[in-house]
Design a protein around this ligand. Sequence first.
Ligand SMILES: [Zn+2]
Length: 268
Amino acid sequence: MADTLDDVHEIFAVRYAHHDRQSPENFLFGDPHDILQPLAYFVWVIRGPHGTFVVDTGFDEAMANKRGRTIVRPVAEGLQSIGVKPDEVKDVIVTHLHYDHCGNHDVFPKATYHLQDTEIAYATGRYMAHQVMRIPFEIDDVIAMVRKVFGGRVQFHDGTEQLAPGITLHKIGGHSKGLQCVRVKTKRGYVVLASDATHLYDHIYEGRVFPVTFNVGDVLEGYSTIKRMADSLDHIVPGHDPAVIEKYPAAAPGLEKFVVRLDVPPRA
Ligand SMILES: [Zn+2]
């Protein structure tokens, strides 16, 4: 007999890469402070009564070198550190098709990939004819996803859909045309894995916008949507903020700075 907690999940943030940069690079119209404001790179894991869901797949060493980023722990190793075997994962949610969210194409050979209709249309359609729009995309990532479509391994979603009890996908758009967030029920309430709907806490807290953007208006509207979806501001998890790794407890001893629990409250 199912108990009443069959929709409650654990969530982990798995940090895999790092990039030092100055704050003006993180905001449309720049930043007057011009301070060091690094980005962290994560994949996320949702674990519960309906199995294990990996959110985004990160990039590998070759892409880190190409893009001038630093791998701190390869994605597969980070996942294994919390007992997730990549070659057994059945469900991968891809928030969007930017290079830092959909690489490592062969690490999840048994997985079905969950993607918004709008995102594959965006990544293969008219806007990619413009060099500026292509900057955050890699042709090999897009082709790898198209191959998975033809391999019967992509499940498409349109707007808001439930993946399992307590796990819903929500199309936000803005940063990328078909960007989706994931809302997860946990023992502390509803947590939103915002991915790049807000890169840093500063973006959603201050109503500021990351410079790489398909539609500024949709980014700003997205902030309102996410705030309604999450139980509090402390239930919103930004896509690239190094503070996430400081605020939340390590998943296990020895995983400090690499894997943290998001289904427990952050430190005040
Ligand atoms: Zn990103």
